[in-house]
Design a protein around this ligand. Structure first.
Ligand SMILES: Nc1nc2c(ncn2[C@@H]2O[C@H](COP(=O)(O)OP(=O)(O)O)[C@@H](O)[C@H]2O)c(=O)[nH]1
Ligand SMILES: [Mg+2]
Length: 325
């Protein structure tokens, strides 16, 4: 039996597909349920809608309550990078230029903005950039700082052409400090201890195509020296420098696994981190390898081809490893 869906239902469904935060999605699902024609042909769809509504409500209650509803972004790729910055710095534009994601459109019927993830390609890796509402002294939803805290690193986006470029950033840093988040250009992914989250951070000087941006860039350089400040403009289309900076801040080490007599698949690196050892790698490949590892051979720069290595040997970017058990 055909479902004979009404235009109201289709509109609600379309809105659901575009809605990004759970509360907005819930409203859409309820609208879909109320407008779906009630007959035998739609019974399964009705049941499915009810199930989705129940699940969503449960999630909102569990994590919601006092703190407002929970918003999370499932991590994908080699690192999750939160886009952090004052209003109007160019965060959403950066996401649109460098990834295939589309930042939130203005005619969204719900005022609560949602995080928008997009994947930035760098060599054989992808980084997940997450666009966020601005960090400002006005009310911020708790989930904004939750997402920043939970990310692997931050991209601090400055409007280099703004006359108050530096004060804007200082304010962002202060607001986050109150929330016990330190954007730290020297932090390493593993080094986090204590109550303050030290987030590895890349500083980006945006809108470099505009007048006055060169001065902003100089101010940023002296403020964050010796850390690198990455120049960026939406008019450019080479993002390798940005990718390189994110790669470095996340202390990523790419390791390739190979079987005896075969070449490694260089398009699929294992993403490890500086300080990780052979044993860490074996664990990631398979828990059997970690338990029963007899020996391993490595091919890489500064090593003899096929040289045997110890379990506590630190990995280096580009290492090709043959595990034997
Ligand atoms: N000239 C120029 N304008 C930019 C650039 N990036 C963003 N903008 C403009 O700056 C304004 C704010 O950008 P938006 O991405 O919405 O900032 P957000 O609030 O940080 O997300 C918009 O009018 C953009 O068109 C850039 O690289 N060059
Ligand atoms: Mg924006």
């Amino acid at each position: 039996m055909p479902a004979n869906l009404t235009p109201e239902y289709k509109a609600a469904e379309e809105e659901y597909r575009r809605a990004r935060d759970p509360q907005a999605r819930l409203v859409c699902l309820e609208k879909m349920l109320s407008t779906i024609p009630k007959h035998k042909g739609t019974e399964k769809m009705q049941a499915d809608l009810k199930r989705r509504i129940a699940r969503l409500k449960e999630g909102l209650q569990k994590k919601g309550g006092r703190r407002g509803f929970a918003v999370t972004v499932e991590k994908e790729g080699a690192a999750q990078v939160a886009l952090v910055g004052p209003p109007n710095a160019g965060k959403s534009t950066l996401l649109e230029c460098t990834t295939n994601a589309r930042a939130e459109v203005g005619d969204h019927p719900f005022s609560t903005r949602a995080p928008v993830p997009g994947m930035l390609q760098f060599e054989n890796l992808q980084f997940q950039l997450v666009d966020l509402p601005p960090v400002s002294s006005e009310y911020m939803e708790p989930w904004v700082t939750d997402i920043i805290r939970g990310a692997d690193s931050a991209l601090l986006v400055a409007d280099a052409a703004a006359v108050d470029c530096l004060p804007q950033l200082e304010q962002v840093l202060e607001i986050l400090q109150v929330k016990k988040i330190a954007l730290d250009t020297t932090a390493t992914p593993a080094a986090d201890q204590g109550p303050v989250r030290h987030l590895p951070t890349v500083v980006l000087a945006g809108k470099m195509d505009l007048d006055g941006a060169a001065r902003g860039m100089e101010l940023l350089r002296s403020r964050f020296s010796p850390a690198e400040v990455v120049p960026f403009s939406a008019l450019e289309d080479d993002y390798s420098r940005l990718g390189q900076a994110i790669f470095r801040a996340n202390a990523i080490v790419r390791v390739y696994s190979k079987s005896p007599g075969k070449d490694p698949d260089r398009s699929r690196p294992f993403v490890m981190h500086r300080g990780d050892t052979l044993l860490d790698f074996a664990r990631v490949v398979h828990k059997d390898f970690a338990e029963k590892l007899r020996y391993a051979r490595v091919w890489g720069t500064g090593k003899f081809a096929g040289q045997r290595i110890q379990r506590d040997q630190e990995l280096a970017d580009g290492d090709v490893i043959e595990l034997h058990m």
